[in-house]
Design a binder for this molecule. Structure first.
Ligand SMILES: [Zn+2]
Length: 391
């Protein structure tokens, strides 16, 4: 019997389409044309298209409709309200984005643009995670996947960045904390790029533990060093795992086994949120994973959530720009969330990421031990933990 998986999707997220250059479309302003020419000087404006495009989502949905998964239940997301967005973003930034509703243009100082449907799409993307965690809290299911765009993890509190308008996962995490009363939320960002926005939003917050595995700086966005462990009360609650280009399935599973699993046992989250970017797929950019790796990791995440937090697990789409890789990976992940058997894992003979994972696990050992001591002080009945001295 399949496990129910709530899958959130709304076709209005296709309305975010500022980069699909069409000379016949009047909404393309002179400012948009000028910015493309400035930022992409070699682009042919007659054929220019942007990697973060509506076809990403239609590829995923087509794949899911052509191979129905037992247990998948399609859900419509609610629109995030300004109050909900302002839990993760500055009110002035939310007001600025909202003021662009129905317009075309570039957000100042960034590569992220809006078309007339973008603000609606962004509100729905941010609302998806909220809808998912509320449905899970209400007992409708334990697991959910949000098919969303624009993505979110590069957006900090006060600006758009890296194709992201609102930080969808951060909005969901903040909602879980402030509206649903979860004391501890854990995030794993496994997109190929560092989730600089998510890190910035929760950098001094010990109620949100963030693990982020990604291609190491200077790769975009250039942050996510081992030493970026948090600030103030949040020191030790950011566990970055920078990896070399070319890493494969084995390395991501090692991130799970050596960092995510021990950190989760130490932190004892009440909700597990995953920034699921699929741009580590070998068809996409510069890494060597495939859908068997994403499925294997998802299977382990389900078991971890079942063990620690009554199964509460929400995965949210971030990047992934090759349509086939994106569709195959999302399909494999949702199939694994539904509890179906996963395909045999493809592994490289010698994964170039393994050594870096081991280094990161060693580096973060002190932080993870401190998380254990904090959990033990909170609940002395926890098994297998040593309280140790206060630190
Ligand atoms: Zn990415």
């Amino acid at each position: 019997m399949a496990t129910t998986v709530l899958v959130y999707y709304d076709f209005r997220m296709l309305g975010h389409n500022p980069h699909g250059w069409d000379p016949d479309r009047p909404e393309w302003t002179d400012a948009v044309k000028a910015m493309i020419e400035l930022q992409y000087p070699n682009a042919n404006l007659d054929t220019y298209s942007h990697p973060e495009r509506p076809g990403r989502l239609t590829a995923i949905v087509d794949r899911l409709l052509n191979g129905p998964i037992d247990g998948l239940r399609w859900m419509l997301p609610a629109t995030a309200s300004a109050t909900q967005l302002e839990r993760a973003h500055d009110a002035a930034y939310v007001a600025h984005v909202e003021s662009l509703d129905g317009q075309s243009g570039w957000l100042a100082k960034d590569t992220t643009a809006v078309s007339p449907g973008s603000v609606t799409a962004a509100r729905l993307a941010a609302g998806s995670g909220i809808s998912a965690i509320e449905a899970i809290a209400a007992g409708e299911a334990r697991r959910a996947f949000c098919i969303v765009r624009p993505p979110g993890h590069h957006a900090p509190a006060d600006r758009a960045r890296g194709f992201c308008l609102y930080n969808n996962l951060a909005v969901a995490a903040a909602h879980a904390r402030q509206a649903l009363g979860h004391d501890r939320v854990m995030i794993w960002d496994l997109d190929m790029h560092h989730g600089n926005g998510t890190q910035a939003i929760f950098y001094d917050d010990p109620s949100v533990l963030v693990v982020d595995s990604h291609c190491a700086a200077p790769f975009y966005p250039g942050s996510g060093l081992l030493a970026e462990t948090g600030a103030g009360a949040g020191v030790g609650y950011h566990l970055n795992v920078p990896l070399p280009m070319g890493f494969g399935n084995a390395a991501l599973l090692e991130v799970f086994e050596q960092v995510v699993r021990p950190a989760a046992h130490a932190f004892q989250p009440e909700l597990l949120l995953i920034s699921a970017g699929f741009d580590c797929h070998y068809l996409d950019m510069i890494c060597a994973m495939d859908e068997t790796g994403y499925a294997a990791v998802t299977q382990r995440l389900c078991a971890l959530a079942d063990e620690l937090c009554d199964g509460r697990l929400v995965m949210m789409l971030e990047g992934g720009y090759n349509a086939k890789a994106l569709a195959d990976s999302t399909y494999a992940v949702i199939d694994a969330l539904a509890g179906n058997p996963v395909s045999a894992l493809n592994v490289l003979p010698d994964d170039p990421g393994s050594a870096a994972v081991a280094d990161a696990a060693a580096f973060h050992g002190t932080s993870i031990a401190a998380l254990s001591r904090t959990a033990k002080r909170r609940n002395p009945a926890l098994p297998g933990l040593s309280a140790g001295p206060a630190s």
